[in-house]
Design a protein around this ligand. Structure first.
Ligand code: HEC
Length: 176
């Protein structure tokens, strides 16, 4: 049985398409992360014990200035929350009737704060802050709830030693 002319045209078109696909030399998307610098740029995780922290230092006073300009528009003045989450306050609230997870009430390790800010904040410009600025912002946020003294200079040595209020609230379900 012969094909009707419409089916014939359709098949010819499919064949022509297949040939042109086969002949096109498609460029792969992106490029291999081969350059050392690129790998170093993204390989920036920080461990709870401070492994991976860059050298630098900052104070809460300096952090307050940066926070007002770069962060308060979303996290509110004093980091108490606005369109974005509150970062401070509510320490001790987790077991209460109205638990509130903030950085200071919930997070088990202070080093995570440095890691998070450096890789993700401010929201529209990640990686734009220097290490000193991130230490300063961390000092500002932590000192808001008295987790560290407000006059301390925070750096790669003392940040891992900060004990977060909810550190004991986490359990290891796979101890081995
Ligand atoms: C344009 C708005 C915006 C700006 C500006 C901004 N943030 Fe955020 N931030 C957010 C949002 C939205 C989230 C929640 C992201 C999510 O959950 O994925 C967040 C999350 C965070 C968190 C984690 C909070 C949590 O409990 O999980 C921290 C810490 C933080 N921001 C710090 C900062 C700091 C420090 C700055 C200034 C350098 C900043 N942010 C600037 C919008 C902003």
């Amino acid at each position: 049985m012969f094909m009707d002319s419409r089916t014939y045209v359709f098949l010819v078109l499919i064949l022509a398409n297949a040939v042109s696909y086969a002949e096109t030399d498609y460029q792969p998307l992106g490029k291999p992360a081969s350059e050392l610098s690129q790998q170093q740029q993204w390989n920036l995780s920080i461990s709870p014990d401070g492994t991976g922290l860059p050298s630098g230092s900052g104070t809460a006073a300096r952090g307050a200035e940066i926070f007002a300009v770069q962060c308060a528009v979303c996290h509110g003045p004093g980091a108490i929350g606005a369109s974005a989450d509150p970062l401070v306050g509510e320490v001790g609230s987790l077991a209460s009737e109205y638990p509130e997870k903030t950085v200071n009430s919930y997070w088990p390790y202070a080093t995570t704060l440095f890691d998070y800010i450096r890789r993700a904040m401010p929201l529209g410009a990640p990686f734009s802050l220097t290490a000193d600025e991130v230490y300063s912002l961390s000092a500002y946020i932590l000192s808001q709830d008295g987790i560290i003294p407000s006059d301390i200079e925070l750096n790669q040595h003392n940040l891992p030693k900060v004990t977060m209020p909810n550190r004991g609230g986490f359990i290891t379900i796979y101890p081995d």
